[in-house]
Design a protein around this ligand. Sequence first.
Ligand SMILES: Cc1ncc(C[n+]2csc(CCOP(=O)(O)OP(=O)(O)O)c2C)c(N)n1
Ligand SMILES: [Mg+2]
Length: 351
Amino acid sequence: MNPTVVPLPYDDTAAVTARLGSEGPALLKRAYRWMLVGRTLDQRMLALQRQGRIGFYGPATGQEGVNVAAGLAAGPTDWIFPGLREQLVALVRGHGLTEYLHHLFANGLDPALGRQMPCHPTAREVNYVSMSSVVGTQITQAVGAAYAMRHRKDNAVTLGFFGDGATSANDFHAGLNFAGVFGLPIVFGLANNQWAISQPVERQSGSPELVAKAAAYGLPGVRVDGTDLLASYAALREALATARSGGGPTLVEFVTYRMTPHSSSDDPARYQRGDWADRALAHDPLLRVEELLHRLGLIEAGWTERAREEIDVEIRAAVVEAEKVGPPLPETMTNGVFANASPSSSPPERT
Ligand SMILES: Cc1ncc(C[n+]2csc(CCOP(=O)(O)OP(=O)(O)O)c2C)c(N)n1
Ligand SMILES: [Mg+2]
């Protein structure tokens, strides 16, 4: 365990139950295991990218607490519109690890049919919408989906994620404004990891706290420590319940630390200065939960090591499966594009 980690502010299991509900400690342990899955995946996938086996990867190290909280807090019929780093939400909701690996390898079994950017998964079976690379565009899509939900009288809520950088995009204004005017069933999850590639959050906005922007659209805004799984879960549960009961949207700002490069194509040594890495490590969401589990006596010695080994085996098996599958066939190029295939919609025959 890392001795420099800032302990989570909870002293007993009652405090855990107050944030996580009656399942309390059991849910905390389950959440911790999912955080371990996210962390191990990031490490393995970055290694695979460096070995030239997958093309690109965007880690979410430092944001596992928010992602696991969202995966556990949202209902099964709710819709997730991810920002750039919410893949773990799909896995927690039940998307298969091997399925996800098929996507990362862009093989013939990739749910996105090998046509998406790498590391932009889609998981239709758990209402997880394909990620939009163009920063902020998913915000208005999520608002549109929430509007449709209201129109269809569905009991579902939309959970739309985006980063601190996206708060400078036009879609942020248009989306929050529309949702505020119509009181839509949506929760805006602002994953403020304090960087937009090389741009620090201090240069992103004149507002010292991004959550202040909620007021301009008439929405309640909540700012939580996104490296605190329990606080993140409690804030999301409340915002989701408000939206579900007709109370309208909430902006929840999760303050986190981006603990890795922006992506496998980035080198933060060129722009991150000072004690950033130390501060990030002290707020590692995984180590903070680990420390809490030990302090409250909720986990026995060796549990983490065993879980890590199991997860490693699961990931390695999924990689083997995914690497067995060949690339998508040219004949599948227009699958899902046309209702009725016409001669002009088929790819040219190979000669
Ligand atoms: C409209 C647009 N401008 C620029 C980019 C290039 N770009 C990709 S990610 C990114 C930063 C996003 O930062 P943030 O919203 O904070 O999300 P994070 O990467 O930190 O999760 C930028 C500028 C893009 N994809 N789309
Ligand atoms: Mg960011």
